[in-house]
Design a protein around this ligand. Sequence first.
Ligand code: ARG
Length: 465
Amino acid sequence: MTTDKLWDGRFREPTDAFVEAFTASIPFDRRLYRQDIAGSIAHATMLAHVGVLSPAERDAIVNGLIEIEAEIESGAFEWSVALEDVHMNIESRLIARIGEAGKKLHTGRSRNDQVATDLRLYLRDGVDEVSVAIARVQEALLVIAEREAETIMPGFTHLQVAQPVTFGHHMLAWFEMLQRDRTRFADCRRRINVMPLGAAALAGTSYPIDRAFTARALGFEEVAENSLDAVSDRDFAVEFTAAAAILMVHLSRFSEELILWSSSQFDFVELPDAFCTGSSIMPQKKNPDVPELVRGKSGRVVGDLVGLLTMIKGQPLAYNKDNQEDKEPLFDALDTVLGSLRAYADLVPNISLRRQNMLRAAQRGFSTATDLADYLVRKGVAFRDAHEVVGKAVRHGIDSGKDLAEMTLAELQGFSTSIAADVFDVLTVAGSVASRNHFGATAPEQVRQAVVRARGRLAAAAGKG
Ligand code: ARG
């Protein structure tokens, strides 16, 4: 048989045309070309280092691969579905370009360790890109947190007004969620950065390869310990996608808040026109499309994660073709995360705040009820009794349409004789937030200190990368 396939020596019939397309990964794995070429250059260099290739063969291979990379980047490279995947497309092109030496590149290697290596190199860069993109959103949040350290808004539990908080504090909560995401990706990077190359098909190779040499050339921190595990392990892909899914869930929650806040019922923020669209029928509409899309896209990344886990679940050792299905969900998760982070980094600095509306909302809804209870405790009332007293005052407020701060001293004293004129200091929302003045709490002073610490934490992480 003479087809252009690299493996058909034992075959008598050509591949069915549908099966050829069905089994090919070239439509999606071509984006690994750079990593594939880097891996091949390192492999050929190592083979020459241990004397399996001559220096001349190595040079022909390395130069040939560099030229192929340029060819791909210029758009001149012709990808062939018949050649199945990125590995065989490039190898076949190398043989066409340089002849005999090209046929030696695959010595002591298999596509099984090759693809696992490519994917790890690709994701290592992906993690670094994601980390930078997360940090951009975090920096944007810190600018707002600092500027809005004194801006008061209602804090919610159960989406019911709970206690007043500062808007800066709320932005710092988002910052923390992203901070955990960044550390999750950094942690997963350590397990991505392990080199499978040398495992060959599954059992290793009979050539005297120097795996540490190849690992150094490719910047891998470690060499995979077990060849069977090395070609079959996709845990790193699952971990990456899990970190991506958690990140998307966070962005989805931010989105939900922005969508609520920009509704006319809340009216706390206005999103920039450039990030919204109108309705083709309702002229008054301005829809928060970008947050809605990010919220929607969280679903696909969760799906990517479930898909990967399920793909791996039934696989016996070692490599199985199932693993070819790892790429699309992985790339989708990466692309979705990068797109969503970019949207957020651009959106966040352009949100305008309706500070008066937030303040008014915090003043309604008895958000200082806990402050009144705490006041009574300071006057010697037991907390449970204080809770009861304030509950009655709130009941009266609901019936008479007044907030606590709007009641007269006499009215308040009707609920407890421990109440004096100084009660009005704690019934204001500004007094309430200022009194929550300890590490991690909402007082403006604490928010400012937290911003300083957060900047240090971001800089420390950037220094490490
Ligand atoms: N395209 C394959 C993948 O993505 C490469 C490895 C194929 N190995 C094999 N023995 N068929 O997993």
